[in-house]
Design a protein around this ligand. Structure first.
Ligand code: C2E
Ligand code: CA
Ligand code: CA
Length: 546
């Protein structure tokens, strides 16, 4: 149906229903009355007319003939009117059904929409409870859908959405409901027997697997995954649809945070976790302009000579509410709420200011989130920061984790190449924890591999760790890439590592990460500072405390 037709149909359907069926009855009544009168009149007039035509008897009564003609006209008129009205009504009914369809269903995917799901789900849950069954709610959300839209355009996004809806719809058991709640969010509601809760789980798994299959879009193959959260009604308790959807939503976010492309059942503690996260998100947003995020520095040692080669900057959040927070806690939230680039740039600026006063031999390593690597302008932005700080790019080292290689490898390759062209060094961090293939590694121009700390820390106890470290070292040799071992905590581990060859290392054996002033003090003692440390500024609070 064309757009104009749709509008007309909807307009017709929603116009006042005035006299539709009554006019229908009136015209049918006129037709019937006329037929009855025709039968009555005709019974008298027709024999007279026939007799007259046969030349037998006087002419028919004029009045009767007129009445008969009027009758015929009325029969024709009434019948036509009845027929017209009937087809008009059929049209209207069709338009009305279409308007209902539009208001209850999502135009792109044909699924139920947010407005219509409540009533349908409520009816489903009530019927399920009456049978002694329960209702399961699966909330589904495509992973990184925004990226597909941004990179491939909205038509590709629409194609992915409708294909996902089709695949989900086809996998559902009879009696299940599917709604698109908006954007890339879908909800499935289904009845299940309390003894067979695993069926809901298996369905969630099947949906996740189906959506993960590539989607053909023109000459491209689009790929996406989906995360699911599941909640269920309680026996003997009335089902509140909005609460169920909310719980499934919380579980879905939990699944996303645990790596996406998976499902999670709702658990009550998730709600407080979610609240904690949103408070933290607000705190992070507030804290960036207030300078609450500060760089700490961890020594990177040349194991051969036992001297400091440089420092790795590790972010800390000096939160007024939570105290000193480690990056493992706040980085994922900053990534999730889209402020990681802003936060990272702010930390890098501070680190460059600090490192400018260090001996120029010393390097500065900074960790970069995979999200930042998705920005095609990342290299340019970093160069601008370096120029503003007047910091030589050759002293800067970027650390990217293996997980970024699962994203757009082409983009990552271009980015690493342009960083290298500017003289910046690029290391592959946490090596051994991801699944980067050897062939991928060979095509990516990294300058260094960092062995993940988990292998180093367990080197003495775990034979496998030793084997892994050994193979990473020979891989590095084969590719001509120098190695850094992280997480050296003891002299014993250091001695063992030294047996494997020459490389850089870092870990608590050389001290914990420290803030800028303490790092300066350490460097001053080693005569590795350009200018003597400036006496720390006294904050107004400290002044009043004295
Ligand atoms: P990472 O890059 O692997 O950093 C090393 C982490 O291991 C640091 O934890 C450090 O304190 C810890 N560590 C160092 N030596 C030892 C050791 O001998 N034993 C043990 N048990 N741990 C050791 P931290 O500072 O909590 O950082 C955790 C992770 O957060 C980092 O892992 C890095 O991936 C990320 N991160 C830190 N700062 C930033 C940042 O500015 N941006 C981004 N995107 N990520 C950051
Ligand atoms: Ca690192
Ligand atoms: Ca690491």
């Amino acid at each position: 149906m064309a757009q104009g037709e749709v509008t007309n149909a909807v307009r017709a359907a929603v116009s006042p229903r005035f006299g539709r069926s009554s006019r229908d009855i009136v015209s049918l009544g006129i037709a019937c009355a006329a037929i009855i009168m025709f039968v009555g009149n005709g019974g008298t007039a027709l024999p007279q007319i026939v007799r007259n035509l046969a030349g037998d008897g006087s002419g028919p009564d004029r009045l009767l003939i007129n009445a008969l003609l009027l009758n015929i006209a009325l029969v024709i008129f009434g019948w036509r009117r009845y027929r017209d009205l009937s087809s008009e009504i059929a049209e209207r009914r069709k338009a009305e059904a279409f308007a209902r369809e539009l208001s209850e269903h999502d135009a792109l995917t044909g699924c139920l929409n947010r407005r219509s799901i409540s009533a349908a789900a409520s009816a489903l849950a009530t019927a399920a409870h009456a049978r002694g069954d329960l209702a399961g709610f699966i909330m589904l959300d495509l992973d990184r859908f925004k990226q597909v839209n941004d990179v491939n355009g909205h038509a590709a996004g629409d194609c992915l959405l409708s294909e996902a809806a089709d695949r989900i719809g086809q996998a559902l058991p009879p009696g299940a409901l599917l709604a698109r709640l908006g954007g890339d969010e879908f909800a499935v509601i289904l009845p299940f027997s309390p003894a067979r809760a695993d069926e809901v789980e298996r369905l969630a798994e099947a949906l996740i697997a189906k959506v993960a299959q590539p989607v053909q879009f023109g000459d491209f193959e689009l790929e996406t995954t989906i995360s699911a959260g599941i909640s269920r009604t309680e026996p003997g308790q009335p089902a509140d649809i909005q609460t169920q959807l909310h719980m499934a939503d919380i579980a879905m976010y939990h699944a996303k945070r645990n790596g996406r492309n998976r499902f999670a059942w709702f658990e009550p503690n998730m709600e407080s976790e979610q609240r904690f996260r949103s408070e933290m998100a607000a705190g992070i947003r507030r804290g960036i302009p207030l300078g609450e995020f500060v760089p700490y520095y961890e020594k990177q040692m040349d194991l051969e000579t036992g001297t400091i080669a440089g420092f790795e900057m590790l972010a800390r959040w000096n939160s007024p509410k939570l105290g000193m927070v480690n990056p493992d806690i706040f980085i994922p939230v900053a990534e999730e709420i889209g402020v990681i680039a802003e936060l990272s740039e702010c930390l890098i600026r501070q680190a460059l200011r600090d490192a400018k006063n260090w001996d120029p031999k010393l390097t500065l390593s900074v960790n970069i989130s995979p999200i930042q690597l998705r920005d095609p302008w990342f290299a340019q932005k970093l160069l601008k920061i370096l120029l503003e700080a007047n910091f030589p790019p050759s002293r800067l080292e970027i650390e990217v984790t293996e997980s970024c290689l699962h994203e757009n490898v082409g983009l990552v390759r271009t980015l690493i190449t342009s960083l290298k062209n500017q003289g910046i060094t690029v290391s592959l961090d946490d090596f051994g924890t991801g699944y980067s293939s050897l062939s991928q590694l060979r095509t990516l121009p990294f300058d260094r591999i960092k062995i993940d700390r988990s292998f180093v820390m367990s080197l003495l106890e775990d034979k496998d760790s030793a084997t892994i470290i050994q193979s990473i070292i020979s891989l590095g040799e084969g590719l001509g890439l120098p190695i850094t071992a992280e997480g050296i905590e003891s002299e014993a581990v250091l001695a063992e590592l030294r047996r494997f060859g020459k490389f850089k290392g870092q870990g608590y054996l050389y001290g914990f990460p420290e803030p800028a002033d303490r790092t300066e003090a350490t460097l001053a003692q080693l005569d590795l500072l350009l200018e003597p440390p400036i006496a720390p500024e006294i904050s107004p609070q400290q002044r009043t405390a004295r």
